[in-house]
Ligand binder design. Sequence first.
Ligand code: NAP
Length: 340
Amino acid sequence: MGYRVVVAGATGNVGREMLNILAERQFPVDEIAALASRKSIGTEVSFGDKTLKTMDLDTFDFTGWDMALFAVGSEATKKYAPRAAAAGCVVIDNSSLYRYDPDVPLIVPEVNADAIMGYSKKNIIANPNCSTAQMVVALKPLHDRARIKRVVVSTYQSVSGAGKEGIDELWDQTKSVYNPVDDKPAKKFTKQIAFNVIPHIDVFMEDGSTKEEWKMVAETKKIVDPSIKVTATCVRVPVFVGHSEAVNIEFEDHLDEDEARDILREAPGIMVIDKRENGGYVTPVECVGDYATFISRIRQDSTIDNGLNLWCVSDNLRKGAALNAVQIAETLGTRVLKKG
Ligand SMILES: NC(=O)c1ccc[n+]([C@@H]2O[C@H](COP(=O)([O-])OP(=O)(O)OC[C@H]3O[C@@H](n4cnc5c(N)ncnc54)[C@H](OP(=O)(O)O)[C@@H]3O)[C@@H](O)[C@H]2O)c1
């Protein structure tokens, strides 16, 4: 006996990946429903070798469904997630709406799977921001060994992190650079993204940081340890899929770069590719479609007592969203619902 699973946002970047990953990992599914907005009723989406017809989230009855993986943005989540949760269907949500709610666990299974038991307060579990998810997978095993005091991170985030419209804008604008008659001004992003980088993701906060940067701070504290100080600069780059991060870490205890490399090689969800030669590191195009968070360029920071630098790359639609949500579903299944 398997699960009755709903994927809400099934026509989007993350929803489509959720369906792919549920099928790839042979999640024990008895029945699956693909939902999106009314305009997408009947749109076909793939689930393994099957094709599903998309249904309307607005009129869907969640009664009798075990879990719903949501990837519809905060506004629609606010309207529909409580409806699903009240019907007894556990919501695993990708938006930022519930991440900071003390009654909702925020989970990266390699890091804090035990927090899953907190799901029952609201019947909702939150999935972190894409940049946070890949970073904390790398931070946790190092923190367990040498206690992290402070993290300074700069991100290089792909346009798929901004949904379907983000991908279309980079594609259309890139073509229009070679055909100026067909000008494509910035619409989804605040400045031209083709052949450019933009140091601005999400809205500005009062202190001058952006909400994306604030999310990395708040979510790292909630998932790993509230004592870790984080400062972030989040940048959008003209890459379709795959977020990269340059991470500087200051520890309480000394941690040698070779020991850090060994710890990360053994850590769940991590793949170390770190050769000090041309091409001996991972770039975003190489991580697309993969499950791992790739770590390269591990080296001592000689400007502080106990510091390391590293380069962290992952598929933002997978570990940053859909894969992590499916891993949460797997954890919920094995630890709580126990079907399948
Ligand atoms: N992309 C990432 O790297 C990433 C990472 C972590 C979290 N997330 C979060 O995941 C969510 C989805 O992101 P995405 O990149 O997949 O966006 P997307 O490609 O733009 O897809 C959005 C999906 O939500 C559906 N939707 C939107 N409003 C709806 C409504 N009112 N009722 C029903 N369905 C609605 C859309 O359906 P239609 O096609 O019918 O409009 C579509 O299926 C967002 O909350 C985002 O912040 C994304």
